[in-house]
Design a protein around this ligand. Sequence first.
Ligand code: ATP
Length: 514
Amino acid sequence: MAIQEDDFKRVISHAKEYGFVFQSSEIYDGLSAVYDYAQQGVALKNNIKDYWWRAMVQMNNHIVGIDSAIFMHPTIWKASGHIDAFNDPLIDNKDSKKRYRADVLIEDHVAKIEAKIEKELAKAAKRFGDAFDPEQYKATNERVAGYVASSKNILARMGDALTAEDLQGVKSLIEELGIVCPISGSANWTDVKQFNLMFGTKIGASADTAMDLYLRPETAQGIFVNFLNVQKTGRMKIPFGIAQIGKAFRNEIVARQFIFRQREFEQMELQFFVRPGTQKEWYEKWKETRMKWHYSLGFSPDNYRFHDHDKLAHYADAAADIEFKFPFGFKELEGIHSRTDFDLSSHEKYSGKKLQFFDPELNESYVPYVVETSIGVDRMFLAIFSKALEEETLENGSTRTVLKLPAVLAPTKAAILPLVKKDGLSELAQSIFEELQWDFAVSYDEKDAVGRRYRRQDALGTPFCITVDHQTKEDQTVTIRHRDTMAQERVAISELSQIIDRAVNVKHWLQKMK
Ligand code: ATP
């Protein structure tokens, strides 16, 4: 059974106990909503980034990558709209003095209604068996249809109020829904205010020449301002894309849910430049492609869903999230946005430079339209990690904790274990380790009884354990143990490389997208 909502704490403690994620500055009591990736975590994170980069850049001849600086000219944030519009609506509870994002309070309220729908559906599915059609039930069962209509209505009203910047309307909705502060339990709210999420800093040595800067809140703008440089030097023809992985910073108010919402995080973004008028087609295509990428990792498709936006950002003409079933419910994992020509046109205006493409087929120049896909590395990490963590009850009644990471993402692909430390087995295991090390991330461990070492590797998500025993000395064979099934088989040392490669090779995994 996969870990459930109330076990989210276990996900966090497993991440700490096994060296995946630590609270930043822990010996100084930590820094809120900032995290460090530890020895195992950094490997998982790098593998996630590599899996994305290969799918997006390496496998697409018309997509190239860049790595732009975090510091950028401050006018960029004026042009992008971040100075004026990158705000969250905040509300304080007067009794607990706690601050919340007003939209998140409303969304959490809707999530509770959605949980009721899920519960009703699960009950009905049991009752009706195989013939059960959840969509039909949602439409026809009076109570469930009522829940569905009410959650839709609340989100639409919130969307309208936010689009119209009607902060009083947002507050009224909170009051009308009877939303109370989870800490004080009271509905004693302040008015809703806007709060800018960008971190400010300064560049330059002396106070009078120093220039105010912002830490970038998204990586996308680094792509837009390099659009022409890349298009010209890369001789790119529309449609083409520019991809980037990098840090972004947001002064988030709701600083909880572990690495789901951090103040410093990493994004993997693609800006795909298209002919004006074709953006809807590309938007649909990228929605589909990105979902296939997620599916390729092998978790059940039930864990993913699209959420089309009611409230569009100032730059978008269509937007959807890919939501993932995190331990605390369905939440945004990735955003896909049709950004129109908003960014490039705005940079033209503010920089005074033309950012256009001459289309030889149309024999005209235009500002391209853009479709963006944007996913947080850390959210992807949390999605994979929480879904992979399982507590299994074995046939003999004992339990084992196993991290069923997709093998392609696992930090360590195989652990080489001598059965005992004597009789030359260590040396033999060591030599196997040194050979495999050229091609794979492998580890060597000779501490403790072998059973305990297996369990440790299960908890780390290592797909294979390779055990060297006395027979190995005689016939050059080892036992290979599979993490998910715990099945063991005897294979020749010479076959190991091929067996591991078959399981972890990126090609085998990405081919599932076809
Ligand atoms: P949310 O509504 O959850 O605040 P967002 O809509 O502001 O997210 P985008 O601006 O679309 O997010 O950013 C793209 C992606 O970056 C998100 O889908 C998410 O995966 C990631 N992301 C955004 N903010 C954070 C954060 N504070 N911590 C970790 N990842 C984040």
